[in-house]
Design a binder for this molecule. Structure first.
Ligand SMILES: [Fe+2]
Ligand SMILES: [Fe+2]
Length: 245
């Protein structure tokens, strides 16, 4: 561990350099993707957590991982942007394309089976989830068809490759701002789903499908956090910084 951690350390600095701290932030319910620029003192106060406890848990996560050898994740601050883009597409976009329709079907099944006793709550989950599905499907397409190919082509051009790609959107910061706003909105829908389900607490009469639905929604939330972190905190700032004035 080579970093001094205190109330002024930002969430982004920690989670960017030390991905193993994500679990600690998840544990405290701290947003490390959209709200990653905030300092520990601020997020601890917001979550009504004691700052020394939070710092201690983060330090423990760092020490624990530094004693293991095979857990090092790639340094995405240093890797070429095309590698980071490929990683996001192959891991996180592929997961979303597979999980979005599958979870939609689970929501439908659970609403059908448990509508009589939990209809009001499950209809809210269904409405929120369907909105998220539409929003994320459009969002992924924009990144896959426009933004990521542009970032990769611009990097290839800077390294002496083919001519500069045409940018119909002006500066790359413009579509990035739009993507960040969409991340915020998707994250907010997942917060709402968590609220409506009382933090994914299963009712006593829940069947295995009900349980599977909650587990899958929680997994989607976790994956989306990591996905947005890689884009908001690393890929997008690096793409903006690399753009010539
Ligand atoms: Fe993405
Ligand atoms: Fe995104």
């Amino acid at each position: 561990m080579s970093i001094q951690i205190d109330g002024n350390t930002t969430v982004r600095e920690l989670v960017g350099r030390y991905p193993q701290t994500r679990k600690t932030f998840e544990k405290y319910g701290i947003d490390y993707c959209c709200g990653g620029g905030r300092c520990l003192a601020e997020v601890a106060q917001e979550r009504r957590a004691a700052l020394p406890d939070l710092v201690r848990d983060i330090e423990a996560a760092l020490v624990e991982t530094s004693t293991r050898t095979a857990t090092a994740e790639k340094d995405w601050y240093a890797a070429p942007l095309h590698e980071l883009s490929d990683h996001i597409l192959q891991v996180h976009h592929a997961y979303m394309h597979e999980a979005l329709p599958r979870i939609k079907e689970l929501v439908r099944k659970v609403l059908n089976a448990h509508g009589a006793h939990h209809g009001a709550m499950l209809r809210q989950v269904s409405d929120l989830y369907n909105a998220l599905d539409t929003e994320l499907t459009n969002h992924l397409r924009k990144e896959e068809e426009v933004l990521f190919p542009y970032i990769v082509a611009a990097e290839a051009h800077r390294q002496g490759g083919p001519k500069e790609p045409p940018a119909c959107f002006g500066s790359v910061g413009n579509p990035i701002r739009q993507m960040e706003a969409e991340h915020e909105s998707a994250g907010e829908v997942l917060v709402q789903i968590r609220k409506v389900t009382s933090g994914y607490s299963l009712p006593d009469d829940a069947c295995p499908t009900f349980r599977a639905l909650y587990e899958e929604l929680e997994r989607m939330e976790e994956d989306l956090h990591q996905h947005i972190h890689l884009e908001n905190n690393i890929l997008f700032p690096r793409a903006i910084a690399a753009e010539p004035d």
